[in-house]
Design a protein around this ligand. Structure first.
Ligand code: DX5
Ligand code: ZN
Length: 225
């Protein structure tokens, strides 16, 4: 796997032609599918659930990176595995027993990610940073594609990278929200490993070229690691 890992978010795809979007990602330089699940409670929007994820998984030739924006995610860990998730991210803000839920994700054979909202301090992850595979750092308030990037994320990302290195953890940093050709290189300089992009990819005239642009960004930046 070469860095940065690029994960187009299918939330911005045309749902009436989801199969085409999956094929496009299969044929592109993208590494993962980013799959946003919203319950209308944790975030003010509802996206899709198990049947849609399973249908995407059937066609997808790359791992599904499933981002749960739902309350009580611990209730559905096994079901997300069965639907095809390879990486499962739960929100710090949605879990009372975060450590137990991380264990459950790993016991079910998936990589475990923890997502944090823009207002959530990275220091709250200190006690689990050695146990998780990824932090999904939200650079917009979760709920919608196409929102404006929150600039404070650059500094937050650099601080998280430092914390990961100090802990000798192999945890990767994923940035989710408002990633494009301006924010992308700066995020990679700040230590990001994985870039999620929805609107930038699916709102462009040539999504395959746009994904290529994101993938090539790694060669022009100096990672802190
Ligand atoms: C937002 C979702 C994101 C979203 C990113 O709640 O978690 O994954 O699809 O979309 P863009 O790249 O358009 O900000
Ligand atoms: Zn997401």
């Amino acid at each position: 796997m070469s860095f940065p890992i690029i994960a187009p978010s299918i939330l911005s795809a045309d749902f009436a032609n989801l199969g085409q979007a999956v094929e496009m990602i299969n044929n592109s330089a993208a590494d993962w599918f980013h799959v946003d699940v919203m319950d209308g409670v944790f975030v003010p929007n509802i996206s899709f659930g198990f049947p849609v994820i399973a249908a995407v998984h059937k066609l997808a030739k790359k791992p599904l990176d499933v981002h749960l924006m739902i309350v009580q995610p611990e209730r559905y860990i096994k079901e997300f595995k069965e639907a095809g998730a390879a990486i499962l991210s739960i929100h710090y803000e949605a879990c009372t027993h975060l450590h137990r839920t991380i264990d459950a994700i790993k016991e079910n054979g998936m990589k475990a990610g923890v997502a944090i909202n823009p207002h959530t301090s990275i220091h709250l992850l200190k006690e689990v940073i050695a146990d998780i595979d990824m932090v999904c750092m939200m650079s917009v308030n979760p709920g919608f594609g196409g929102q404006k990037f929150i600039k404070h994320t650059y500094q937050k990302c650099a601080e998280l990278k430092e914390m990961i290195l100090k802990a000798h953890s192999s945890c990767l940093i994923e940035i989710d929200g408002g990633v494009n050709d301006t924010t992308g290189p700066l995020l990679l300089n700040a230590g990001a490993d994985i870039l999620v992009a929805g609107n930038y990819v699916f709102g462009s005239a040539n999504p395959i070229n746009t994904i290529n642009t994101l993938k090539q960004m790694g060669s022009n930046t100096t990672s802190l690691s």
